[in-house]
Design a protein. Sequence first.
Length: 389
Amino acid sequence: MRTQVVIVGGGPSGLLLGQLLHRAGIETVVLERQSRAYVLGRIRAGVLERGLVGLMGEAGVDARMKAEGFVHDGTQIAYDHEMFRVDFAEHTGATVLVYGQTEVTRDLYEARDATGGDTRFEVDNVVIDGADTDAPYVMFDHEGKRVRIDCDFVAGCDGFHGVSRKTIPDAVRRDYEKVYPFGWLGVLSETPPVHPELIYANSDRGFALCSMRNANLSRYYIQCEMSDSPDNWTDDAFWDELRRRIPQAAADTLVTGPSIEKSIAPLRSYVCEPMRWGRLFLCGDAAHIVPPTGAKGLNTAASDVHYLNQGLRQFYATGDSHELDAYSSNALARVWKTQRFSWWFSNLMHRYPGQSDFDRNMQLAELAFLRDSPEAQAAMAQNYVGLPY
Ligand code: APR
Ligand code: PHB
């Protein structure tokens, strides 16, 4: 079998790329290790930058998002019993859209179904071969058979634990990583959000975040130890700790309920360079990971998809490979800026184990500066709504 682009990974990166390429008449096959139900069962952040919202429009997949998503033109920052607002619209003229990532993925799968796109679920033992030649191909197990697909290009959209990044030889690849000494314990509850906007809180007891999916589905997080487990937390213990970390007015009005999902996510910053090796192009979590502070994971995947979509369209339309040749440097230029923002926001909002009094005062001073400085808030807002592609 032959196709133009094999996309390894049927998460948001792979599906968005597949849909954009379809709109340009470029044929793809998506290979997904899990079942569709498993992929759609993942609970992930739901804050979409303007760039991603635009790409979903380009892909023709933004109808439900626009109908059901919540436009947020600011966010709340809480610390030391204070709370102030950073107004995105005032500083950037832009907003973000709160819309569950699971819904983004669902919309993309439904769009791919409508195009008759070839998607293979529950594939195994994927091997990318010949990426450093003009005739790459992908081998995989599917429905009891070993299958080979020859192609022009391979998009590695298979996340941090996929095979694509590992296909780039160690001698070629450079890895950059920072592991944070804490995690996020997250709870999903069928309760009304405590505030119409997100609340990022830095308290003496640690970080907390109040977020939402819709008017009756809330998402809350508290910073926890890396060694912690969701089993260590009853719902009541979680709600009590959350109340201790958010402003009193919010704690007093918090509506609690049974958790319908409870999990712990580690925090890591990671970048792989280059994001291209021959005819293999890495997109999204296959190439980089950010701490969730600021919800940049999916949004950075989207900018990768934008650059790769542009490059492949140029190649198939004109035979010119300049944009493909610039893909890795263009994508990484924005990846590193997003890494910096996620690192900065994580360091500002979390209590490091063994944090010195001096370092705590540095955090409080920077929070006070952010509170008082329109220029500092403008810088944060530009990063939060999304830097230009
Ligand atoms: N073969 C085929 N598919 C694979 C393989 C493999 N060897 N390994 C992983 N996959 C699949 C996973 O099952 C998953 O569905 O690739 C997909 C990768 O999806 P994500 O991990 O979600 O990564 P990505 O699509 O880049 O999404 C980027 O969105 O998922 C959110 O916030 C999350 O930062 C992340 C962002
Ligand atoms: C979420 O709603 O899950 C969320 C929102 C903002 C973040 C991280 C997670 O920064």
